[in-house]
Design a protein around this ligand. Structure first.
Ligand code: HOZ
Length: 427
């Protein structure tokens, strides 16, 4: 595979052989216009495309790379495992070691099942919740994204929101009807729903910080309220921490906000950039999974040794260095610089950061839910995105995705980004 082929010719070829030219919809740049670049390599905070252009990267593989690209500790761990083989379909020490680290760090997790993606993790968590409660209804929040399994593709965020799709054809109506949707941060709506039909609710699934509709923080009392209501009605609370796990704090959102969910889904950071997902939670629930219990779930590449090695290495660096306060300061500085740049250009803007996640909306005032997020000026965002790309800054090609910072970003990178944003807005 060559890394010197021009972006234009690769895009033409990609469109011929990959639907939309990509393997995941938001990568296509559909909502921001233009065509995506093709990556030749990544190092630290930077990506280089196949035409040799460098970008300061705030996508970071959509979250996994909290240490940046090709961190030496992760590369060494993967290389050492590579020498010993790539997959065995049999237990390896790495699975036990990564599970032990996660259990030690995440308050709500007593056992872990590794899978290959966040989608598999949420599918498994929902099946467990339905089996444990003998109920079928799922409650989710508008604009939240929990992967692309049928039950979750209802009023979903991420690529679904980015492309303005209603929901997906191919999802059986009967299954979608079992998913109830309420606005994020609206505890009253959740309480009303539970008053009406709480006895049928197997689980409430929530991104504790909504990261697939831009970035929306939980209002004080919201997560506590979800914990209280679900407990009172015998339903389970699932924290989808695929994004927030080891990103908003070492122990994820559950440690940061002090709420113990019944089940947690993980991905991204725990695989150090290799394909991984996990579901974890209370022992009595997790032991319902086959072969301990009857709830079936399986996978040829689950607990893949390369992913386990990368995940252990990345978590070890995080545990040794505790970069979260510094990451949050850097993310806050970036957000405040960008918001000032927009204001300076006469555009409305607001934003926030938590841990290493951040988001900016092109509208005034705080954003509490997806309805408010959608009031962001998406046309202006698209122009801004393109102009920043031209100046060597890669933001997520969607107004409805969180941004990330890595330990590899320096204050100089943040300053250069803000300067590029100002220049982009001046143009
Ligand atoms: N749904 C992912 C972000 N929230 C997108 C992943 C990708 O396109 O790689």
């Amino acid at each position: 595979m060559s890394s010197t082929v021009s972006v234009d010719s690769l895009w033409t070829r990609a469109l011929r052989v990959l639907p939309g030219g990509v393997d995941s919809p938001v990568r296509s740049f559909r909502s921001v216009g233009g065509q995506p670049f093709f990556v030749a390599r990544g190092d630290g905070a930077y990506l280089w495309d196949t035409d040799g252009r460098r970008y300061i990267d705030y996508v970071l593989s959509w979250g996994p790379l909290i240490l940046g690209h090709a961190h030496p500790a992760v590369v060494a761990a993967v290389a050492a495992q590579l020498e010993r083989g790539t997959s065995y379909g049999a237990p390896t020490p790495g699975e036990v070691e990564l599970a032990e680290r996660i259990i030690q760090l995440m308050p709500g997790i007593e056992m872990v099942r590794f899978v290959n993606s966040g989608t598999e993790a949420t599918m498994t968590a929902l099946r467990l919740a339905r089996a444990a409660t003998r109920r079928e209804r799922l409650v989710k929040f508008t604009g939240a994204y929990h992967g692309h399994a049928d039950s979750f593709l209802v009023a979903a965020g991420s690529g679904v929101a980015t492309l303005g799709l209603p929901d997906s054809p191919g999802v059986p109506a009967a299954l979608a009807a079992l998913t109830s949707v309420v606005p994020f941060n609206d505890l009253t709506a959740v309480e009303d729903l539970f008053r009406r039909s709480g006895d049928s609710v197997a689980a409430v699934i929530v991104e504790p910080v909504l990261g697939n509709a831009g970035l929306i923080l939980p209002q004080p009392g919201f997560l506590e309220g979800l914990r209280r209501v679900t407990r009172a009605h015998g339903s389970l609370l699932i924290f989808d921490e695929v994004m927030t796990g080891f990103r908003v704090a070492m122990g994820g959102a559950q440690a940061r906000y002090g709420i113990e969910p019944d089940l947690t889904t993980l991905g991204k950071v725990i695989g150090g950039g290799l394909p991984v997902g996990a579901v974890g939670g209370r022992r009595d629930l997790m032991e319902r999974l086959a072969p301990s219990g009857p709830v079936y779930q399986a996978g040829t590449l689950s607990g893949n040794p390369l992913a386990m090695a990368a995940g252990c290495a990345q978590l070890d660096v995080l545990a040794e260095t505790n970069p979260f306060p510094a990451l949050e300061r850097r993310a806050e500085r970036l957000v405040s610089g960008l918001v000032h740049a927009f204001h300076g250009a006469g555009l409305p803007a607001t934003g926030c950061a938590v841990g290493s996640m951040w988001g900016v909306y092109l509208r005034e005032g705080p954003v509490h839910n997806f309805e408010e997020a959608k009031q962001s000026d998406v046309q202006a965002f698209a122009r801004f995105h393109r102009a920043c790309l031209d100046r060597g800054v890669f933001f997520a090609p969607s107004p409805f995705e969180a941004g990330f910072v890595a330990t590899a970003h320096t204050d100089q990178d943040i300053d250069a980004t803000i300067a590029a944003a100002r220049a982009a807005l001046a143009s």
